[in-house]
Write a new protein. Structure first.
Length: 331
């Protein structure tokens, strides 16, 4: 049985132009669930991770706006809340699709903590924007009150930034591994995991954001999955993206992709972290990774869509079959 770690973005639940209502997120979760269940029907074992960018921003805004009535919540607690919120939407959607397909696969969301180091250089250099935009006066007041680092966005105002350190360990890895071995579909590492660090032999929450693709690559490596898949909003990884010379990569090898990364083809705020995460997985023993559209995941795993990345020269092997009615992708 092939084990796949599938990383979906928080933006796949809130698409461009949407407000992010629960009804919108649930409809989008059901589209993701269709793809996940198709993979289950093909005999794959799935570990699902997800982003939480829009959702944690909303949680922080609610916390701040309601602070006059109830105690506010720190960022790590907001991360925990969104793991439950998004996990619930995904669980419900996947369970509905599994029932429609006549499949029995247990599904569980596992609250996950990612350990970071206090010595990580990112802890002294916060760069990740979170939460709402403020006027200059509001930003300066919060900077004085909370000790936040604030940066200016020339067109929209001022915003808080927090560290984005490297995930080093996953606290619940043994539980996740045990569940996967029991053929449970596990939803874990939501939003990259809740950032924590060890202080005096105690786990302590950290006001930080962990990149979900980096945490997903770490989890994929620790579990030794057969395939690491990252969903995104484009059909392929592109060179010279949105330029006249734009061209899609259908298949690439790790060293080739690394050259493109160093040449600046993949911006750090967009495709860059996904490429870096794929390269980490392959360098740590992974055999294949795919970056594909969230609407084409089953075709991508079948070799019919997406960008397939391999560690060394070899022919791509397809060992998952799907029904003949599945449309061909962009291969």
């Amino acid at each position: 049985m092939k084990t796949i770690l599938l990383a979906v973005g928080g933006n796949s639940l809130i698409r461009a132009g949407e407000k992010g209502t629960i009804a919108e997120q649930l409809a989008n979760a059901r589209r993701t669930a269709e793809q996940v269940v198709a993979l289950c029907a093909a005999g794959c074992r799935i570990v699902l991770t997800h982003g939480n960018g829009p959702q944690v921003g909303a949680a922080l805004l609610r916390s701040e706006r309601g602070a006059s009535e109830v105690p506010g919540q720190p960022l790590d607690v907001c991360d925990a809340c969104t793991q439950g919120e998004i996990g619930y939407l995904l669980e419900q959607s996947i369970q509905t699709e599994l029932r429609a397909a006549g499949l029995h696969v247990p599904v569980v969301t596992l609250l996950t903590q990612s350990v970071v180091s206090p010595l990580d250089s990112a802890m002294q250099n916060p760069t990740k924007p979170v939460g709402p935009f403020y006027s200059q006066a509001e930003a300066e007041a919060r900077q004085r009150q909370f000790g936040w680092k604030i940066v200016e966005d020339a067109s929209r105002g001022y915003r808080r930034v927090v560290p984005s350190p490297e995930p080093l360990e996953i606290v619940e890895i043994e539980v996740i591994r045990d569940l996967v071995e029991r053929n449970v579909l596990v939803i874990a590492c939501g939003g990259g995991g809740i950032p924590v660090m060890w202080k005096d032999d105690k786990l302590t929450g950290v006001e930080a954001v962990i990149d979900k693709d980096r945490a997903s690559a770490l989890l994929a490596t620790l579990l030794g999955v057969d395939l690491f898949v990252i969903s995104t909003d484009t059909d392929f990884v592109y060179l010279d993206y949105k330029k006249p010379a734009q061209r899609a990569l259908h298949e690439a090898h790790a060293d080739e992709l690394e050259r493109y990364l160093k040449a600046g083809h993949f911006p750090p705020g967009n495709m860059g972290p996904k490429i870096e995460s794929v390269l980490r997985f392959l360098k740590n023993g992974g055999q294949e990774a795919i970056i594909a559209s969230c609407d084409n995941l089953q075709q991508a795993v079948a070799g019919l869509a997406g960008t397939h990345v391999l560690p060394a020269e070899r022919s791509m092997q397809v060992d998952v079959e799907f029904d003949s009615h599945v449309p061909m992708g962009g291969r």
